[in-house]
Design a protein around this ligand. Sequence first.
Ligand code: FAD
Length: 355
Amino acid sequence: MTTNVDVVVIGGGQAGLAAGYYLRRAGHRFVILDDQERPGGAWPHMWSSLHLFSPAEFASLPGWPMPRWPDGFPPARHVVDYLTAYETRYGLPIERPVRVQAVRRDGPDLLVDTDRGQWRARRVISATGTWQRPFLPSYPGINVFTGRQLHTVDYRSAAEFTGSDVVVVGGGNSAAQLVAEISTTARTIWVTNRPPRFLPDGVDGRALFELASRRAVALAAGRTDPGGIAALGDIVMVPEVLAARERGVLTALPMFDRLTVDGIAWGERHQRADVVVWATGFRPALAHLRPLRLRDHTGTVPVAGTRALKEPRLHLLGYGDWTGPGSATLLGVGRTAKAAVADLDLDLDLDTRPA
Ligand code: FAD
């Protein structure tokens, strides 16, 4: 069976919900298809001790502020509760669980094939995030090492590593937070392929969002790009990371050149390890767009704003700064979602096809 709508949104995380908020306000017929059993996008899968890097008021979606968290920065479960309540509050039409397998061109429309039937849409917004595509770099010896290897997505708590020798790989926020936590129960070594860049103490998500806003305004006005978050540094000194620095465990070694049977090695120097945690980031989850052949030679999807250059009926939301400054953050995605829906609005108005 094929269901006809104006817009299909793929992904029911924060980016999909922000799109839904503006689509509903514009009066479009739309559906949000999400492959999870429950609301929250990636947030229910994150490790339980994870806290946001900003206060609740800097983590709100459009329309309804995230309720305050009384004690410091909110934990991941507060985000899940907020996103769950947000869906209900705005009566967003979410079909769950529905896995989108492919988006294909069909005359003036796009066909969305799923494991629960087919949707025909005039426009598609893809908001599938990155959580389903953990990135693992390839290093010599990766298949030789007999210890345990896991990615950030598999991490649950430091308790399971008690007494072990653990290597954490990666230079971003996740890596720094995992080092801070795992080092409370295990002998922990941190390796990065360039020296970690710490934000000044006290610069948290608030400052980052202000920076993203300034960037969005500058770009919209056609001024020179003042640079994104990376211009400031990478790692937010959240309380756990500050505490780790106080304990003297926040010192990174250069990247090893190979894994061995029972550890890691830099030239002749060997370090025993039971566990290697790859906190090496993510890639956009875009397999469902493969039939559209959108990627360029660099492997990314070129966009103008949020619109795919090679398929103007498709918008991409979230994923990273390449779909808009701060688009892959709770607060930032609202601005990008608004722009995407406004852009697609114009489009639909220009569409002369009979309903
Ligand atoms: P997701 O939350 O991943 O949602 C995408 C949804 O689409 C998921 O439900 C997924 O299952 C679904 N999906 C995927 N493929 C398909 C398909 N083919 N068919 C149907 N459904 C599909 N941001 C902040 O603002 N503040 C923070 O403090 C912060 N901390 C972070 C900490 C970590 C460890 C990480 C990884 C990210 C953090 N972020 C933070 C960044 C960002 O807010 C999150 O990554 C967020 O989950 C992105 O939301 P999203 O909606 O783009 O993607």
